[in-house]
Design a protein around this ligand. Structure first.
Ligand SMILES: NC(=O)C1=CN([C@@H]2O[C@H](COP(=O)(O)OP(=O)(O)OC[C@H]3O[C@@H](n4cnc5c(N)ncnc54)[C@H](O)[C@@H]3O)[C@@H](O)[C@H]2O)C=CC1
Ligand SMILES: C[C@]12CC(=O)[C@H]3[C@@H](CCC4=CC(=O)CC[C@@]43C)[C@@H]1CC[C@@H]2C(=O)C=O
Length: 255
């Protein structure tokens, strides 16, 4: 049970973020869903009931994140847990030899900006608010959970930008956990394999079936709820810190 806990979930209007918001609510928590103003965040918040609110946020914008943190305080009084799920997926080869065209640098920068810098932006600003909590008996004040990808380790063709952005999240997990350890704030990253979310539905069903067949067990896409269960375990287990945990049915992606 996570009764009374206050969570902030970025990318909470869709997919893994939405499932996380639902699980925190089911366990008795309150949630601020942060997502782009163009997302379905406002409808989702209405659908999920009274312990949830929506804040329009671009995770790369300092002002948006600061105002979402203020909304958390105004609505729920404090912040205990941040789950960073906001992210974008891109697929471009480093050089397109058919078109004689290098990877567009702006597109590379955008992927890093949203996935890596956006995640760090939320962490650095939220840490100040979580640090104001009274520590529990174990000295803990809160937990920050990030979402990388197994592409951080086995990036495929076309994933230079996406894999770099996710590897950056993996790489910063331990130093940030160390930075925040004196305040009793844990920092943990989840590296999902393949989950059935709107992001994945950009792919044709035949491609999805091929991907499922490559997963040793269970040979299927993960359900967003299974990601949310890992978030819950991380919150509940105070010894998990500074680590990246894969949740992938033992999939190792091929080139
Ligand atoms: N679905 C999958 O199989 C996997 C997903 N992931 C990662 O999990 C995270 C969640 O992905 P899904 O739920 O699958 O995707 P999704 O597309 O369903 O949800 C992502 C959410 O992030 C929001 N978002 C995008 N840019 C944003 C920004 N600048 N500021 C605020 N919100 C923004 C979108 O509006 C969307 O609601 C992403 O970081 C993704 O890279 C990692 C591995 C596998
Ligand atoms: C990111 C990930 C693997 C991909 O590269 C695809 C993405 C779903 C949308 C896509 C459509 C395409 O046409 C190209 C590939 C891709 C960008 C996948 C969602 C989750 C996958 C991942 O992170 C695996 O770990």
């Amino acid at each position: 049970m996570l009764k009374g806990l206050v969570g902030l979930v970025t990318g909470g209007a869709s997919g893994l973020g939405r499932a996380t918001a639902e699980q925190l609510l089911k366990q008795g928590g309150s949630v601020l869903i942060c997502d782009l103003p163009t997302s379905k965040g406002s409808e989702v918040a209405k659908e999920l009931g009274k312990n949830v609110a929506f804040a329009p946020v671009d995770v790369t914008a300092e002002g948006d994140v600061r105002s979402a943190l203020q909304t958390t305080v105004d609505k729920f009084g404090r912040l205990d847990v941040v789950v960073n799920c906001a992210g974008i997926a891109t697929a471009t080869r480093t050089y397109n030899f058919k078109k004689n065209q290098p990877f567009d640098l702006k597109s590379f920068q955008k992927t890093i900006e949203v996935n890596l810098i956006g995640t760090f932006n939320v962490i650095r600003l939220a840490a100040g608010l979580i640090g104001k909590n009274t520590a529990d008996a174990d000295g803990q004040r809160g937990v920050i959970i990030n979402t990388a990808s197994i592409a951080a380790f086995d990036g495929q063709i076309g994933q230079a930008a996406y894999s770099a952005s996710k590897a950056g999240i993996v790489g910063m997990t331990l130093p940030i956990a160390r930075d925040l350890s004196k305040q009793g704030i844990r920092v943990v990253t989840i590296a999902p394999g393949l989950f059935r979310t709107p992001l994945m539905e950009l792919l044709p069903e035949t491609a999805i079936r091929d991907l499922e067949a490559a997963v040793p067990f269970p040979p299927r896409l993960g359900h967003p709820h299974e990601f949310a269960l890992l978030v819950q375990s991380i919150i509940q287990n105070p010894m998990i810190n500074g680590e990246t945990i894969r949740i992938d049915g033992s999939l190792r992606m091929q080139p």
